[in-house]
Design a protein around this ligand. Structure first.
Ligand SMILES: Cc1cc2nc3c(=O)[nH]c(=O)nc-3n(C[C@H](O)[C@H](O)[C@H](O)COP(=O)(O)OP(=O)(O)OC[C@H]3O[C@@H](n4cnc5c(N)ncnc54)[C@H](O)[C@@H]3O)c2cc1C
Length: 384
């Protein structure tokens, strides 16, 4: 699901339908919109490779070492390397390449090229709790014999016209709420799904229902991405440290109570239903425990390679990695803090801005002959 949030207006508070990044009823990813559907003679996309590390000539980024088809090879950059591996893998690749907290790198036997204590730190994400309601009606999307039978004509409509239930982004509607009326701006976000969504759908349920996600819009907790191994093929250790700041759990408890009032409104209450993990009679302490147990990401990790004007930031305002040359980061990891909304469009905006910066540096500064891309997301910058 890739909805982009509400059309901008001065006041964010309110509810409505989300805008979506779709074409012909299907999700249009950034890779599709910017790379695969826009063939350019000066852009070659390699999708079946994993970047192992960035290579350097002294302190100048010179390319990337990749592995594909079991073979390791080095791609040389003639001008700049643009790293766009996302909030988890961009810090991982920096660290695997010797840029990061010196003691941590040394503990894994990685030679330190540049001691950058904040690489991988400041991880911020939207922690979310989902109220799931199972209902007897088959109106919402779900699994039942009648429900599956109803989907068959929908399947035809979707394939033929790109329309109908199967073109739904599922999280169709939502809202931004203030937990207290005196707040200047909303501190909670809702995503309403016309389906049960339990543990990111790892836990599937027979039957039908709907869910209301409640997330802490401007969290105080900060996590970190560290290395488990010097080999980039091993997943990094991602510790969001949700609720390490107690204010986030307090707010989520209030948010769930507010969301429940919405679900109890006559228009939704007429569908009846029972909550999966929570129920109306729960004490605050019980509700807290359930939320702490089930809350999880709603997929908006940012800020692990924070941009800033200060020496401690990982990238400067031109998105250039401090301490080395010839290397920019262009993805959600450069956000200074988590925006109050969904992160996809802001990341596209970062890519567009980076394209302008790179084009300007080619015009005004050192010549950029070619950029080498990493990954398949947030690629706008690489077309410069
Ligand atoms: C399940 C899910 C649902 C989401 N729903 C929404 C939504 O509805 N609305 C919204 O606004 N946002 C949503 N988001 C968030 C949004 O997708 C991200 O904010 C955005 O994609 C971040 O872009 P990015 O370029 O920073 O990272 P990514 O999009 O993650 O791109 C990084 C790319 O680098 C590649 N990569 C990483 N490491 C390597 C390596 N070593 N070698 C080669 N390639 C590598 C990855 O494969 C990936 O293609 C969702 C995210 C997820 C995971």
């Amino acid at each position: 699901m890739h909805e982009t949030g509400f059309a901008s207006n001065a006041g964010q508070e309110g509810v409505g339908f989300y805008q979506v990044t779709q074409r012909d009823g299907r999700r249009c990813s950034v890779a599709r919109a910017y790379i695969y559907d826009r063939a350019r003679p000066n852009l070659q996309a390699i999708a079946d490779a994993t970047v192992l590390r960035l290579t350097f000539d002294g302190k100048r980024a010179s390319g990337v070492e990749i592995v594909r088809g079991g073979r390791t090879e080095t791609l040389e950059a003639r001008a700049e390397v643009v790293l766009a591996a996302g909030a988890f893998n961009s810090p991982q690749l920096l660290m695997c390449s010797g840029i990061g907290p010196a003691a941590h790198l040394q503990s894994l036997g990685i030679a330190v090229l540049h001691d950058a204590p904040e690489v991988g730190q400041n991880l911020i994400d939207h922690v979310d709790f989902t109220i799931n309601k199972r209902v007897s009606s088959i109106e919402p999307t779900g699994f039942s014999v009648r429900g599956i039978a109803r989907m068959l004509p929908q399947f035809v409509t979707f394939i033929r016209d790109g329309r109908g239930m199967l073109s739904s982004n599922v999280a169709e509607a939502g809202g931004f709420l203030k937990s207290r009326p005196t707040l200047e701006r909303p501190d909670l976000q809702l995503h309403f799904c016309a389906a049960i969504v339990d543990d990111h759908n790892r836990h599937m349920h027979w039957g039908h229902g709907y869910s209301l996600h409640v997330c802490v819009l401007r969290p105080h907790s900060r996590g970190a991405v560290t290395l488990a191994s010097a080999d980039a093929r091993t997943a990094p250790v991602i510790d969001p440290r949700f609720f390490s700041d107690a204010r986030d759990l307090d707010l989520l408890v209030d948010g769930v109570k507010m969301a429940r009032r919405i679900l109890d409104a006559p228009s939704l209450a007429l569908h009846g239903g029972t909550e999966l993990y929570t129920h109306a009679g729960q004490s605050d302490a019980e509700l807290r425990r359930t939320i702490a147990e089930h809350a999880d990401t709603i997929y908006h990790p940012v800020a692990t390679c924070r941009m800033g004007g200060d020496a401690g930031s990982v990238v400067d305002p031109q998105l250039r990695v401090r301490g080395v040359t010839g290397l920019r980061i262009v993805d959600a990891s450069v956000m200074t803090t988590l925006i109050g909304g969904n992160t996809n469009s802001p990341t596209v905006m970062i890519g567009e801005r980076a394209a302008d910066l790179i084009a300007a540096s080619r015009r005004d500064g050192p010549t950029v002959l070619k950029t080498t891309q990493v990954g398949a997301g947030g690629m706008a910058a690489n077309a410069a």
